[in-house]
Design a protein. Structure first.
Length: 73
């Protein structure tokens, strides 16, 4: 399954990020990889990968984060 790793700029926003992504549970699943560093994994399927990336792009207007390392392939 494609996995997109992201790093939150502010670790305290992890619950907020997961709450928002939780509303898209039919598109992607969210797992905290490393709470101390703010690394979160967004797991999706091949057919929903682009839609997941679109959601993440829109979410950047609410929460500051960046892609952390390889993901989505």
């Amino acid at each position: 399954m494609p996995t997109i790793s992201i790093k939150l700029k502010n670790n305290s926003e992890s619950v907020y990020f997961q709450s928002i992504m939780g509303t898209y549970s039919h598109i992607a699943w969210v797992r905290t990889d490393d709470p101390a560093s703010g690394i979160i994994k967004v797991i999706t399927t091949e057919d929903l990968l682009q839609e997941t990336r679109n959601i993440l792009e829109r979410l950047k207007k609410e929460i500051e984060f960046e892609e952390a390392g390889p993901g989505g392939e």
